[in-house]
Design a protein around this ligand. Structure first.
Ligand code: PAF
Length: 282
């Protein structure tokens, strides 16, 4: 049975009594408009705990001015049905007013990790994510929480935050789930027109090409970035935000690929900003 809870007090109470009765809680925080990527995280959570808790909340504090907070796709009825099918028991669906009371002024901020990749063009994003995830963790107090590797930088931010602030929560990573044609699943794929699909596919294709080039012995990160950028730019509608080869934990740029690196991309396809990444080992 699925229970939908909109208030913090009720959610905290339900989770507390689950813990009191010895249940292990896995938590999957989401912004809704669920797709197979989210469902795969729920399955991971389900396998490792007695109770699966999901939150559905489009968090305003992680959107900058002019970003897509208002238009972010939403479909609560469908999301709840998908959660039910995946065996989630508690679904937290707060409003922004519920989570951010009047006068809210506290922020959780990391010093270094947000200074790379998405943090450069989305300066408030990780601050908003770290703050809302802290709040959600404090309300649900899960034993484990599952995050997708598609948002690789977000995953590292959460891992660092959990270590730094002693949350005592296991952070589990779920692999990227792709459409049949290779496009990494994202709620924002809903913005793409059919005509934009080939441009969007250049992200995953360029990651495959990069993997091949590294397997062939390429070690120069600058050369790899050029190859990937050329592939993406071969679609005129694409505008690169970044193509980076970096250390998978610190996210600092790497010049020579002599160990496992993260190749991370953010590309505007028309008005839609897509991200994708791969861990590449020489
Ligand atoms: O990845 C997301 O959907 C969001 O950034 C998260 C972690 C639910 C925080 O709002």
């Amino acid at each position: 049975m699925i229970t939908v809870i909109p208030t913090t007090v009720q959610m905290r109470g339900h989770c507390e009594s689950l813990r009191q009765s010895g249940k292990r809680i896995a938590f999957v925080p989401t912004m809704g408009f669920l797709h197979e990527g989210h469902l795969s995280l729920m399955r991971i959570g389900r396998r490792m705990a007695d109770v699966l808790v999901v939150s559905i909340f489009v968090n305003p504090t992680q959107f900058g001015p002019g970003e897509d907070f208002e238009s972010y796709p939403r479909n609560m009825e469908r999301d709840l049905e998908l959660c039910r099918r995946e065996g989630a028991e508690l679904i937290f669906t707060p409003t922004a007013e519920e989570l951010y009371s009047q006068g809210f002024e506290t922020r959780v901020q990391l010093a270094q990790l947000p200074q790379h990749l998405c943090g450069l063009s989305r300066p408030v994003f990780f601050n908003g994510v770290a703050t809302v995830v802290t709040k959600l963790f404090n309300i649900v107090r899960p034993h484990a929480a599952v995050f997708g590797e598609k948002d690789f930088q977000q995953l590292q931010v959460i891992r660092r935050m959990v270590r730094d602030l002693d949350f005592g929560i296991d952070i589990v990573a779920g692999p990227i789930v792709r459409e049949a044609d290779g496009l990494a699943m994202s709620s924002r794929n809903a913005y793409l027109t059919p005509e934009q699909r080939p441009s969007a596919l250049s992200l995953s294709r360029s990651l495959t090409l990069a993997r091949e080039r590294i397997e062939d012995g390429l070690t120069d990160a600058r050369e790899l970035i050029q190859i990937v950028s050329d592939g993406i730019h071969s679609h005129p509608e694409n505008r690169i935000d970044y193509v980076a080869v970096c250390h998978p934990e610190t996210l600092e740029d790497i010049d020579t690929i002599d160990r496992t690196v993260l190749l991370a991309l953010a590309v505007w396809v028309g008005k839609t900003r897509l991200i994708d990444n791969a861990l590449l080992t020489p």
